[in-house]
Design a protein around this ligand. Structure first.
Ligand code: SAM
Length: 209
């Protein structure tokens, strides 16, 4: 399986609607977390079992990974987890999906693809259009978590988010109460690898004001 897919390819213009939350989750009233680029979903499978007081949606652009995650769902008891196939940059163009942003309490971008070459920066998942959409629709107090081992990508993500006056970066003193979406500090697969290789991790949390 190819590790990288071009999110700007026309294969990803079509968008799958996410069903209403009442059809997806046992308790749709729980706080909602969205993990963008969830890959195989291992992180969300573990998190959703350990933290049943939240609902989780994983968005992933590699369709095979989503199909496998959905197959795995059939033999699991995760009633608070849903996987959606698509490009996070246009998945919210669908009117049904746009409604979901209103219910989101937090979003994570864990180790997104770096797309190192300058001409490929437009393929990076955090883009002004997505941040604008989130800043206009996410509720006050909701959070964006970003994490990467690539310094240059981190700077790019920070710059893009901070260009929205509606998101404030939390300081080190502020962050503690905001870990609730991941209280057990479960690591993603990329995070495990990065820790094993003793690479530096850069992370920030932004709050909608
Ligand atoms: C480097 S992997 C990190 C996976 C996982 N978050 C982790 O930390 O182990 C980045 C993931 O984001 C997915 N991805 C890249 N661009 C995306 C996009 N525009 N929309 C949704 N998923 C995307 C990739 O297919 C890949 O699975």
């Amino acid at each position: 399986m190819r590790q990288h897919v071009n999110p700007l390819s026309k294969n990803f213009f079509e968008i799958d609607p996410i069903p209403p939350l009442s059809q997806v989750f046992e308790n749709p009233k729980l706080p909602l977390h969205l993990d963008v680029g969830c890959a195989s979903g291992d992180f969300l499978f573990e998190l959703s079992l350990k933290n049943k007081n939240w609902n989780y949606i994983g968005i992933e652009i590699r369709e095979k990974l989503v199909l496998n995650a959905n197959l795995k769902m059939q033999s699991r008891e995760n009633k608070n987890l849903y996987f959606s196939f698509g490009n996070a940059n246009n998945i919210f163009d669908h009117s049904d999906n746009k409604l979901i942003i209103d219910f989101i309490n937090s979003i994570s971008f864990n180790f997104p693809d770096p797309w190192f070459k300058k001409k490929h920066h437009k393929r990076r998942v955090i883009q002004p259009k997505l941040i604008n959409l989130l800043s206009n629709s996410m509720k006050k107090g909701s959070l964006i978590f970003i994490k990467t081992d690539v310094r240059e990508l981190f700077d790019h993500m920070e710059l893009t988010i901070s260009e929205s006056i509606k998101f404030k970066k939390l300081t080190n003193q502020d962050v503690q109460p905001y870990q609730s979406f991941n209280p057990n500090k479960i690591q993603t697969n990329r995070e495990k690898y990065v820790i094993l290789k003793q690479l530096k991790i850069y992370e920030s949390i932004y709050k909608k004001i």
